[in-house]
Design a protein around this ligand. Structure first.
Ligand SMILES: Cc1cc2nc3c(=O)[nH]c(=O)nc-3n(C[C@H](O)[C@H](O)[C@H](O)COP(=O)(O)O)c2cc1C
Length: 366
């Protein structure tokens, strides 16, 4: 079945894209994922001077389910790519030559200086990559150089820097948003005013994964110390879904959304698509389960499209958005459905008659 989707003029063989991070850290791993069947990849974020980027070890931390041991949350304090830009430029060229039908997106980040952003934009787009993703959202490390989420947390900077890029870019530009902000619509709309054609959401949530009760050190611990890092994996998915839905309901229709955050299966991916994402990106899921995940992603999407009677993948995008409303409207609808009684039976005064967990289950829909 044809799972392709056209987004901002780019034809993705399927909507599944490697998110910027370890799964796109060099041409070798990107090529492996294209061979496995991924529709596209956002490469690890690059900048002009890799020598300024020095990573630490360890740089990851996991949160596990107390019952099954499954990883549900993941923190990283990894920086952007520490590989020289010249090597990246050669690799972008080679990848596009070897995989002309897969979509290759370069993620770029620079300091707050017009000349640097425009130089990086031109260098990267000249290699033939299909699009650019502007990293306004890495919440740790790079912020000490006023990069990453230091820009995405300030809509005025987001708009200005996006416009520097779109002034010289000839390919689609997506802006990647930080969730570490009260209202994600503000920087996203600012990026669109600056000329972005797509919004990628979300990057990681600022976090501390835990504290070692033996040593009293917060984790991940590097020479006894730590910094807050970016939280990803399954636990962030509900927050990402909420943000994606807010964006889809407020952005102009022609602006595409690439949904990111805790996707590990076709079920998760479909939730993002139903809430307005035309592509989805996976990072931590691929780090934990490998590139072969693409098989289930594709077969699950295909089954869903067939079962629901859709004729193309693009028909799925945004199908659940019309079911959002206001609390006031939910009450009106409930009254109209003559279910007032059921609602009144759940007034707060009633809590306490039953065990709190039973009461919670009674009011939960799934
Ligand atoms: C180890 C690691 C490194 C990452 N590096 C980058 C990066 O270089 N650029 C970027 O835009 N996002 C980066 N991210 C963020 C991911 O692309 C993604 O937005 C986030 O992790 C949420 O998606 P996930 O739950 O599928 O991982 C990184 C995430 C992880 C876990």
């Amino acid at each position: 079945m044809d799972l392709s989707i056209v987004v901002n003029g780019m034809k993705f063989p399927n909507p599944f894209v490697l998110g910027s991070g370890p799964p796109g850290t060099n041409a070798r791993v990107i090529a492996k994922s294209f061979d496995a069947g991924w529709g596209g990849a956002v490469a690890k974020t690059v900048s002009l001077e890799s020598a300024k980027v020095v990573n630490v070890v360890p740089r990851y931390g996991k949160l596990r389910s107390k019952i099954s041991g499954e990883v549900i949350g993941f923190e990283n304090i990894e920086l952007i790519s520490d590989r020289p830009i010249d090597i990246w430029l050669d690799e972008f060229r080679q990848l596009k030559k070897d995989y002309p039908h897969h979509i290759l997106i370069a993620s770029i980040m620079e300091e707050y200086e017009k000349g640097r952003w425009q130089e990086l934009t031109k260098l990267v787009q000249d290699t033939g990559v299909d699009a650019l993703e502007l990293n306004f959202s890495c919440p740790h490390g790079m912020t000490e150089r006023k990069m990453g989420s230091e820009m995405g947390e300030h809509p005025d900077l987001t708009e200005e820097v996006t416009s520097w890029v779109t002034e010289v870019s000839k390919i689609p530009v997506w802006a990647k948003m930080t969730p570490n902000i009260t209202n994600i619509k503000e920087p996203s709309h600012a990026a669109v005013r600056g000329g972005a054609q797509g919004i990628s959401a979300i990057n990681t949530i600022l976090s501390v994964i835990g504290v070692d009760l033996e040593t009293l050190r917060p984790m991940p611990t590097v020479e006894g110390h730590t910094v807050p890092g970016g939280y990803s994996s399954q636990a962030v998915r509900p927050i990402a879904l909420r943000m994606v839905s807010q964006l889809a309901l407020s952005l102009p229709k022609e602006v595409s959304i690439s949904g990111i955050g805790g996707i590990e299966s076709s079920h998760d991916a479909l939730e993002f698509m139903l809430l307005g994402s035309s592509t989805v990106q996976l990072c931590t899921g691929v780090m934990l389960h490998g590139v072969k995940m693409i098989d289930e992603l594709k077969s699950g999407l295909e089954k869903f499209v067939v079962d629901k009677g859709f004729t193309s993948v693009s028909e799925v995008v945004g199908k659940s958005l019309s079911y959002f409303s206001t609390h006031m409207d939910l009450v009106q609808k409930m009254k109209a459905a003559k279910r007032t009684k059921a609602g009144e039976a759940s007034r707060d005064n009633e809590w306490g008659q039953k065990d709190i967990t039973e009461k919670t289950a009674e009011l939960t829909s799934n």
